[in-house]
Design a protein around this ligand. Structure first.
Ligand SMILES: [Zn+2]
Length: 423
């Protein structure tokens, strides 16, 4: 009876710091993703056992952040799409810089980054490759450009690892399609809730921005560097090109890398037009000019430093201005503090912010309904749920009914999850 061992180093019954080894008879152990949660202090997965190869689904830090450690300790090869490999250096260097500033030293250093950059082997979506006894194929995951689901095959057995997925089309990438498999290992970040209609939410964002402009204000839109910022730039350009939009922070460099890897974007020329239309902030004098903008799209998305704080400090005295939050605000982040108390740290000092705040659901994760449909459409025999809030996952498992069409497994970090595939 074919037996599969999964071992979660992190990311089971929690969101972030994902890492999991997979093996079956006749294969070597392979690692999928190895990230850290960029909280304060950072949260790490357990140390990985020796592996020769790791497949990285995408370049968000909770999936890629520990890859330099892996290469430094095990000299492993890293596998992903070319776009993910191209983004990795920026992500690692930024994480290293932020951790040094905040006084949370990482378990890897700059030399490990250089070695990790040399260890990439890249594979396009749909291109099969052999690894440690597995036949592997990466597939479009939605979520962000370049992100992959991982299909692992060994004789009759097929495992699909979703990484972070969205089955809906978003401004810059098409949605993931189901793949028939025996074992589906699925993220369930949104196990507990459905999203607002995306197009309605985009329309509301544009209308609110226009309203702030007509009262003489600037909308500050703190956005994640890799995905959300680019989506917002495209939404604003396509809905109202008369807006004066300035784009600051690491997202501008990431956009350039997207443009250099056009095959991963749903409409690369449309994205490039939107990007060139935005006024990219390149230095201090550009930053002062941006204070006159209708919109400033900038990092960090959770108001934990970055240019967003500089802008907020300059613009906080004029109540015509507004802050539009467009992503998840983690516990103890600046954005969370702003929502809960109306205050956040600006250059180390807790500061009251008297500006209007609005929130928009522009998530690039599948919502609850989409996750359920995706799992049913993959027709697995076993469904493994990970990357999901601990408090939501048991309820989510029950949404498949009294007699679900597959075995549902909710793994624990640090334990072997053994699946008998004929069971
Ligand atoms: Zn992600």
């Amino acid at each position: 009876m074919p037996r599969v061992w999964l071992h979660f180093l992190g990311g089971a019954r929690e969101v972030g710091n994902v890492g999991c080894t997979i093996e079956t008879h006749g294969t070597e152990r392979i690692l999928i993703d190895y990230g850290l949660a960029a909280s304060r202090p950072p949260r790490y997965p357990s140390p990985s056992p020796h592996v020769n190869n790791a497949i990285i689904t995408h370049a968000h830090i909770d999936h890629i952040g520990m890859a330099p450690w892996l290469v430094g300790h095990h000299n492993a090869k890293l596998h992903a799409t070319p776009l993910v490999a191209d983004l990795s250096g920026i992500m690692w260097r930024d994480t290293y810089k932020v951790s040094s500033i905040e006084g949370y030293p990482l378990t890897w250093d700059k030399r490990d980054i250089d070695d990790a950059l040399d260890s990439w082997q890249t594979h396009d979506h749909g291109e099969a490759f052999e690894l440690d006894g597995w036949n592997c194929t990466l597939h479009l995951a939605g979520h962000v450009p370049g992100a992959s689901m991982v299909e692992l095959r060994k004789e009759d057995l097929t495992i699909l690892w979703t990484g972070d997925i969205d089955t809906r089309n978003s401004p810059n990438v098409l949605g993931a399609k189901p793949i028939k498999c025996d074992i589906l290992v699925m993220e369930a970040t949104y196990a507990a809730r459905d999203h607002n209609d995306r197009l309605e939410e985009e329309k509301r964002l544009v209308e609110r921005v226009q309203e702030i402009r007509s009262r003489g204000g600037t909308a500050i839109i703190p956005s994640f560097a890799s995905g959300r910022g680019q989506d917002i730039i495209k939404i604003l350009y396509e809905n109202d090109p008369s807006l004066n939009v300035h784009y600051d922070g690491m997202g501008t460099r990431i956009s350039q890398i997207w443009i250099d890897n056009p095959s991963y974007l749903s409409d690369p020329s449309a994205f490039e037009r939107a990007y060139r239309w935005s006024k990219r902030v390149r230095g201090k004098s550009d930053r002062f000019k941006a204070l006159e903008a209708d919109v400033i799209v900038t990092t960090s998305g959770m108001l934990d430093g970055g240019p967003a704080i500089w802008y907020l400090n300059r613009l906080r005295h004029d109540s015509a201005n507004a802050i539009f939050l467009t992503g998840y605000q983690a516990d103890r982040s600046g954005g969370r503090s702003l929502l809960d108390t109306g205050m956040l740290p600006i250059f180390g000092k807790m500061t009251k912010i008297d500006l209007e705040i609005d929130r928009f659901d522009l998530s690039n994760h599948a919502g609850k309904t989409e996750l359920i449909q995706f799992a049913l459409d993959c027709k697995p025999k076993h469904l493994v749920l990970f990357h999901t809030p601990d408090e939501d996952v048991d309820d989510f498992a029950r949404s498949f009914g009294e007699t679900p069409p597959f075995q549902i497994i909710i793994p624990e970090n640090g334990r072997d999850t053994v699946i008998d595939t004929d069971a």
